[in-house]
Design a protein around this ligand. Structure first.
Ligand code: 2NL
Length: 344
């Protein structure tokens, strides 16, 4: 009897292993015949061996065999269902259809352009700094030499929050925070979002990106400012870009200069150019020597140190570089637009 039980168990183990390899009609029938064929199936042979057992052992042995038989039949059936489903799936797949396109994300064009600018200044030894977008009146205006209630504040179209708090209108407050903490030499750029109370149109947005630079050390002159901006603009646009400096005004720099580049689109040849408006020049940067009063506000001695600063709109400049007609395209989140700039 022990011997018979062992045979039944071995048969079950062999079957369990073999059934895993059934994967189609052919292997299904092969395995079914091997175990259940009426003449020479392994199970049939075991049933025949029942006759050789003692009469009192037969009921138990018969029960074992019947259990094995339903085990085998059950497993064969569920295996059949599995490969039948795979076959059905294959029938439903039309391999002649074009593949489904997957859309991957890509870096935003304004961010790519910001990185391009950052890399030029990093190569000149500047470091990148960041600061809060919600600021106090002091950091956004007071420390930058805007007297209280002075009309110059109106030019910055400020979005006020509550009490003393506002959304920064430029990234200059970050420079103030850095100068409060660190003593010269200072050589930094500050990219980031800034906010102004504007109605969106092709060239204005209530939120845009600005990048400012600041250099403070002994003996910094206007010549350093000019040379730095010339190197920057030639690297960003092209070696033969035209530049001009015009007098300007900012409360935080004296003297101040606006920097224009020759129109990269019409080369000053089209009186109706949509990019430069026919003037042949594009205003690209504001700049100047840091006003001594600003240094006093952060406890840097203006008798010992001088410095220059500049600022530009990142998205505005990207419009010129990529010849985009409307700044709002940058913020419509149309992947077809955004991805164009990442194929380089
Ligand atoms: C523009 C002009 C400018 C600065 C930003 C600056 C910052 C400090 C001190 C002095 Cl803490 N100046 N920043 C200076 C000149 C121009 O930006 O047209 N921006 C879009």
């Amino acid at each position: 009897m022990k011997n018979f039980e062992n045979k039944v168990n071995k048969c079950r183990r062999d079957f369990d292993k073999a059934v895993l390899r059934v994967k189609d009609e052919k292997s299904f029938h092969e395995l079914r015949n091997l175990y259940l064929s009426r003449k020479r199936g392994r199970l049939t042979l075991l049933f025949k061996e029942l006759n050789a057992l003692k009469p009192e052992e037969k009921p138990k042995a018969g029960q074992l065999l019947n259990r094995l038989k339903s085990h085998i039949q059950g497993k064969l059936e569920s295996r059949k269902k599995k490969y039948a489903i795979t076959k059905e799936e294959a029938r439903k797949t039309d391999i002649t259809l074009p593949g489904r396109k997957r859309y991957w994300g890509s870096p935003h064009p304004v961010h790519l352009f910001q990185e391009e600018i950052e890399n030029i200044f990093l190569s000149m030894g500047y470091s990148v700094e960041e600061g809060p977008e919600i600021e106090t009146d002091y950091y956004n205006f007071g420390a930058l030499n805007f007297p209280p209630h002075h009309p110059a504040r109106d030019d910055w179209d400020t979005l006020y929050i509550k009490g003393d708090l506002l959304l920064r209108t430029h990234t200059s407050p970050v420079q103030i925070r850095v100068m409060e903490k660190r003593k010269p030499p200072i050589k930094i750029i500050i990219p980031g979002k800034v906010y102004r109370k504007e109605t969106p149109d092709p060239t204005h947005l209530p939120m845009f990106y600005q990048l400012e630079g600041l250099v403070v050390d002994k003996g910094i002159t206007f010549a350093h400012l000019k040379g730095t901006l010339e190197y920057f603009l030639k690297t960003l646009f092209s070696e033969n870009v035209k530049m001009r400096f015009r007098p300007g005004f900012f409360p935080f720099t004296e003297p101040s200069a606006e920097v224009d580049i020759g129109c990269t689109v019409c080369k000053a040849k089209d009186e109706e150019c949509r990019v430069c408006g026919g003037s042949g020049w594009i205003e690209i940067l504001g700049s100047g020597m840091v006003d001594p009063q600003v240094f006093k506000n952060v406890n840097i001695d203006p008798e010992v140190y001088t410095g220059f600063a500049f600022g530009l709109g990142i998205d505005r400049t990207a419009m010129f570089a990529y010849q985009i007609a409307d700044m709002r395209y940058f913020y419509e989140n149309d992947l077809r637009f955004n991805r164009q700039f990442f194929l380089k």
